[in-house]
Design a protein around this ligand. Structure first.
Ligand SMILES: Cc1cc2nc3c(=O)[nH]c(=O)nc-3n(C[C@H](O)[C@H](O)[C@H](O)COP(=O)(O)OP(=O)(O)OC[C@H]3O[C@@H](n4cnc5c(N)ncnc54)[C@H](O)[C@@H]3O)c2cc1C
Length: 487
């Protein structure tokens, strides 16, 4: 453990801001004057729930902030950040806290800025196919508003019903439809951001084309709260597909499932969704949700093709069926919306079901080029055997984005040591196969120690220079993504 109580490998560099407990009463008074008494918390009992997020238990530290503020407008965010900047206090933006990389943990105390009150959909514009929202809008609420116009906002992490637009933009969330429709970065057209000194900065907008200035949207999407506070987002919407067909394919060999994924794409079919579940996950989901999944298969694929014309969907479904047959898979097609819902309920049950197996789940996010999927799947199985661990793997196979989920017990030190070794090895294999540390869950605090393995020391240096240019005192979400110096 180092001085911030972080686990092995988490750097604790000297930082230029005040540490936990250094908030004085005058700062609290100033903040209270901005948001009012009801939207500022300082009581320990209130602060506790802001000390963790969905990565809790995965070796990510748990700490409490000095206070939590809930601003209601960009102007309030700007005034709060100005005060934090003058007082050199760290600021941690927070949406719904569903991220899986410890991104919202207030590692050094200071201020948690909960964006949940900024939850208005400002506009859905069916002529320009855009929507403009405040960051606290829940993703599903945006989709409900878009549906009135026959439109959808495609990024759909498993937490669509709870996660906020601000948090998902800051994470560049993906989800089940990434293969055909892309991920959050493909939909963000403009933003308003409050910078570390409290200044407000707007860029982009509703135009389909815009190459004015640097591509700031690309910089801020996925910046995990370390470069600015997102206070408004304009996103692209697309027409909702009119027809769809969901299928499930069962395989007795994991290799066949992995190879079928590659061959579906090679057959020039891009399904909206192409997911995988391994044997451990299938058995666990069946026990948890009684979804009617067979007990004697090594893997299953969950596939959905969609489109604007029935003939196109039929042709794509047939091409998928041919590939599945060639790889010795047994195919089941949903014959009603109710059956379709059961297929996707089984997939969405994967993580909750695995989480029932033990007190701690360590969910990883290794991502490889699709053509290396089979190698990655087999490597995860070997790593599980080698370290005598239960690892259920599921994920977005079409994107090469796997979620090996280790079921363990954080209270057992020796087992946790094996878990850390297994995670190190999973990421090492992903990088060897030309992959990446995270396809959608972000670096946060959980994957910081691996970052240089992927981007090298030059990459780390460029990251630091960008961070210092926008946040010289390292006040925004410190302890996440990139450390100020090599620890
Ligand atoms: C069961 C489960 C399933 C999941 N499935 C998926 C999935 O399929 N695909 C996927 O991509 N993710 C998935 N996730 C991860 C998570 O849901 C997403 O990352 C989510 O979009 C985060 O949104 P949030 O509002 O909870 O953000 P938070 O967790 O509150 O914050 C996430 C990050 O964004 C920063 N942040 C929050 N708001 C702002 C803001 N306004 N300005 C600047 N920074 C901000 C925070 O500091 C933090 O670094 C899953 C998580 C769970 C628990």
């Amino acid at each position: 453990m180092n001085r911030t109580g972080l686990r092995r490998g988490f750097p604790a560099s000297p930082l230029p801001f005040r540490e936990n407990g250094m908030l004085d009463a005058r700062v609290i008074d100033k903040l209270e004057a901005i948001v009012g008494k009801d939207d500022l918390f300082t009581k320990k009992a209130d602060l506790l729930s802001y000390g963790y997020d969905a990565a809790a238990g995965a070796g990510v530290p748990r700490t409490t902030p000095d206070l939590v503020v809930l601003p209601a407008s960009t102007e309030e965010v700007s005034r709060i950040v100005r005060i934090a900047c003058e007082s050199r206090l760290p600021v941690y933006p927070r949406g719904a806290g569903t991220n899986l990389s410890g991104g919202t943990i207030p590692l050094h105390g200071g201020i948690v800025l909960s964006m949940q009150r900024m939850d208005r959909i400002l506009e859905v514009d069916p002529e320009n196919l855009t929507a403009t929202v405040q960051p606290g809008v829940i993703i599903q609420d945006l989709n409900n508003a878009a549906a009135v116009h026959g439109l959808i906002y495609p990024p759909d992490p498993g937490t669509v019903a709870t996660a906020t637009m601000g948090g998902s933009v800051a994470e560049c969330s993906g989800g089940l439809r990434g293969l055909k429709y892309g991920v959050t970065k493909h939909y963000v057209m403009g933003m308003e951001v409050v910078l570390a000194n409290g200044e407000t900065f707007r860029f982009g907008g509703k135009t389909v084309k815009n190459v004015t200035a640097y591509d700031f949207a690309s910089l801020f999407v996925g910046s995990e709260g370390t470069l600015g506070i997102i206070t408004e987002i304009t996103v692209k919407l697309i027409p909702a597909p009119k027809f769809r067909r969901a299928m499930m394919a069962f395989f007795r060999r994991l290799e066949d499932a992995g190879n079928a994924v590659t061959d579906v794409i090679k057959a020039h079919v891009i399904p909206a969704t192409l997911e995988i579940m391994d044997k451990t996950t299938i058995a666990t989901v069946e026990r948890y949700a009684q979804a009617g999944l067979p007990g004697d298969v090594e893997a299953l694929l969950l596939i959905e093709v969609d489109g604007m014309a029935q003939e196109v969907v039929d042709a794509e479904a047939k091409a998928v069926a041919d590939v599945i047959g060639r790889h010795n898979g047994a195919l089941k097609t949903a014959s009603s919306e109710a059956e379709r819902d059961r297929i996707w309920a089984a997939r969405r049950a994967a993580l909750p079901a695995l989480a029932q197996l033990g007190p701690t789940t360590v969910l990883e996010d290794a991502t490889v080029p699709r053509s290396r999927l089979t190698e990655m799947l087999l490597a995860i199985q070997q790593i599980a055997q080698k370290h005598r661990l239960t690892i259920g793997t599921f994920g977005h196979a079409g994107d090469g984005n796997l979620h090996p989920t280790i079921v363990t017990d954080a209270g057992k030190a020796a087992e946790m040591e094996r878990v850390h070794q297994a995670v190190d090895e999973i990421f090492a294999v992903a990088l060897q196969l030309g992959g990446t540390l995270t396809g959608e869950h972000g670096i946060g605090v959980a994957k910081m120690k691996y970052l240089k393995n992927e981007i090298g020391m030059n990459g780390m240096d460029v990251m630091r220079r960008v961070k210092k240019a926008l946040d010289p005192d390292w006040l925004l979400n410190p302890g996440k993504v990139v450390p100020p110096d090599e620890a």
